[in-house]
Write a protein that binds this ligand. Structure first.
Ligand SMILES: NC(=O)c1ccc[n+]([C@@H]2O[C@H](COP(=O)([O-])OP(=O)(O)OC[C@H]3O[C@@H](n4cnc5c(N)ncnc54)[C@H](OP(=O)(O)O)[C@@H]3O)[C@@H](O)[C@H]2O)c1
Length: 263
C-alpha cells in the first residue's frame, strides 16, 4: 500500500486523520513538532492496523521545512499517494495587540507551508500509479471575516480558495483535491489560540463542538470519494450557507460580539 503524508499528526484532528487512513491500510508519514507524541502514535497505529508508520519531528513554520519533508520522502523511497495539509493554528485577540511576528508565523504555517508542500509533493502524487489525493484543512472561519480572529480567518479563506482552484487545475490528472472545513472541534486549538480563558467563547464552542475522530472520518470519506468542499455537522453547514445570504456587516457584527476578548 502507498503512503499518506499528514502534517500536524501528533494530536487533534491530524492524529485522527492518521487513524482513519491507517484503518484503510494506508502506510503513514506523520509530521509535527512533538517527537514523543509522534513516536507513541506510530507504535500504536503499527500495532493496531499492521501498517508502516514513519515520522519526522520538524517545525513546519521554518522557511525550508517543506523542502526537508519532501527530501525525507524521496530518501525513504516512499510511494506517496495522499497529502493532508492539516497543521495550523489560530490566534485570538485584537489585531493591533497581537504580536506581529506571531501573526506572520501563523500565516506562514497556515498558508505558505501548505502551498510549498503541495507544490513539492505534486510530482510524487502524480508519479503514483493509481489515484492520488490532497486534503487541505480550512475552517468554517473561511466563509466569513471573523473579528478578533481576523488574520486566522483570512488564512483559512486562502486555504479554501486555493484548494478549489487547484482542484480545477488537477481535473484530468490522477490527483483529486478536497477541502475540509470544520467548525468547533474538541482539540488543543482553543488553548493555542488563547481563547480557552474567554468564558463566553468556551461556552459557545461547547454547545456545537464535534469530536476530532468524527470530523476526521467525515473528511477522509469525502476525500476518497472525490468531494470538492465539505463541512462536517449540519449546524456548521447551515451557518456557512446562511453567511452567503445574510448581509456581511450583520454576520461580522455577531462574530465581533462573540469573539471580543472581553470576558
Ligand atoms: N479545533 C477546531 O475547532 C478547528 C476548527 C476549524 C479548523 N481547524 C483546523 O484544523 C487543523 C488542526 O487543528 P486542531 O484543531 O487539531 O489543533 P491542535 O490539536 O492544536 O493540533 C494542531 C496540530 O498541528 C501541529 N502543529 C502546530 N504547529 C506546528 C508547526 N509549527 N510545525 C509542525 N506542526 C505543527 C501540532 O503538533 P505539535 O504541537 O506537536 O507541533 C498538532 O499536531 C488546523 O489547521 C486548524 O486551523 C480546527
Amino acid at each position: 500500500m502507498s503512503y499518506a503524508l499528514i502534517t500536524g499528526a501528533s494530536k487533534g484532528i491530524g492524529k485522527e486523520l492518521a487513524v482513519s487512513l491507517a484503518k484503510r491500510k494506508y502506510n503513514l508519514l506523520l509530521v509535527a513538532r512533538t517527537e514523543p507524541l509522534l513516536k507513541e502514535i506510530a507504535k500504536e497505529l503499527e500495532q493496531t492496523y499492521g501498517v508502516s508508520v514513519q515520522y519526522n519531528a520538524i517545525d513546519l513554520s521554518a522557511a525550508d521545512a517543506a523542502e526537508d519533508i519532501i527530501a525525507w520522502c524521496q530518501k525513504g523511497g516512499y510511494d506517496v499517494s495522499v497529502l493532508v495539509n492539516n497543521a495550523g493554528y489560530g490566534l485570538h485577540g485584537a489585531f493591533e495587540k497581537l504580536s506581529l511576528d506571531e501573526q506572520l508565523n501563523m500565516m506562514w504555517l497556515n498558508m505558505s507551508t501548505m502551498v510549498q508542500l503541495t507544490h513539492l509533493a505534486l510530482p510524487l502524487l502524480k508519479r503514483h500509479s493509481g489515484k492520488s489525493y490532497i486534503l487541505n484543512i480550512a475552517s468554517t472561519a473561511a466563509y466569513q471575516a471573523v473579528p478578533y480572529l481576523g488574520v486566522y480567518s483570512a488564512t483559512k479563506a486562502f486555504v479554501l480558495s486555493f484548494t478549489r482552484a487547484l482542484r480545477q487545475e488537477m481535473k484530468g490528472s490522477n490527483v483529486s483535491v478536497t477541502c475540509l472545513s470544520p467548525g468547533a472541534v474538541e482539540t488543543h486549538f482553543m488553548e493555542r489560540a488563547g481563547m480557552d480563558k474567554v468564558n463566553k467563547i468556551v461556552k459557545q464552542a461547547k454547545k456545537f463542538e464535534m469530536q476530532p475522530n468524527v470530523v476526521a472520518e467525515f473528511g477522509i470519506k469525502a476525500l476518497l470519494s472525490g468531494k470538492a468542499e465539505v463541512i462536517p455537522g449540519v449546524g456548521n453547514k447551515v451557518g456557512a450557507f446562511a453567511n452567503r445570504l445574510l448581509p456581511k456587516n450583520a454576520v461580522e457584527g455577531v462574530a465581533k460580539g462573540l469573539y471580543s476578548p472581553e470576558k
